[in-house]
Design a protein around this ligand. Sequence first.
Ligand code: GLU
Length: 325
Amino acid sequence: MMRTRLAPIAVVVALLFGAAGCAGDSSPRYDAASPTPKPGASAGGADSSGTSKPAVPSCNPRASLRPTGALPAPGQMPAGTWMAEIKKRGRVILGTSQDTLLFSSRNPFNGKVEGFDVDMGRMVAQAIFGDPNKLQIKVIGYDQRVNAVLKGDVDLVADTMTVNCARKVDVDFSSIYYDAGQKVLVKKDSTAKSIEEMGGKRICAATGSTSYDNIGKVNSNPPPIAVAKPSFGDCLVAFQQNEVDAISTDDTILAGMEAQDPYAKVIGNRITQEPYGMAISKQHPEFTRFVNAVLEKSRQDGTWAKTYERWLGGKAPQPPAAQYQ
Ligand code: GLU
């Protein structure tokens, strides 16, 4: 499964980039005006404002819109579609993080944001333009992923984003392109074997993440203390400065942190299932269908497996099978 293979130099990157966005980023890393919701409140919906929302209808989070027919040839997008608009604009705009190692993080040597999630966006650019580089990255905070789509700031978000019914009220999602699950990262000398043994400990998660929400539901007495930070880069800094005892998030993200910090380890089983999809505006269902056709092709022609092996190492498992509504 996942193999970590990052140099310790990456910890410097986390310190440099964890606390704030880079100069030149086209959107703020964190909206400081958004108050942090209490853990246990739903991490979904359009924002993290803590305002009460109507009950979330039940849904199958894994089911997306079925692709319609074969993909059009690159450069020949059907008139009147969002793909044709993107073609006219000259680039796909992808919302993502810059500090999620392996999935979307800034390479300190060339300054580019890269990883598994970024390659999902590059596949879409390849399908529209025949050129994966026709991709503009907007760095966004976790708590801005739904809003960025709603505001039309981005064409899609690929950012270790769990598909859930609360989020599906506001945006559409592609079919599932990765199956993750929440775990916890602790100091190497910790005796805890699972998050349930972390009662009373300070556990960090990013504002607007599903993990922050789940820390509040952990079955221990006393419960762990959830600490919110703008990003998981900030959590790693807080962990290394002993401000928090642990970090809890998807195992994908923790693998990147474990690779950066020789004094950290991931413990326990997955406590949740976190299926990742790309968030897309409900105003462009034809674009969601198109992205699903791109994903379908990548599952079949081996691109998904190559992308997995490039970023996550080891032999790629079967990609998640697509489900359609
Ligand atoms: N998959 C999570 C989400 O979409 C991000 C990581 C986390 O929750 O810790 O919110």
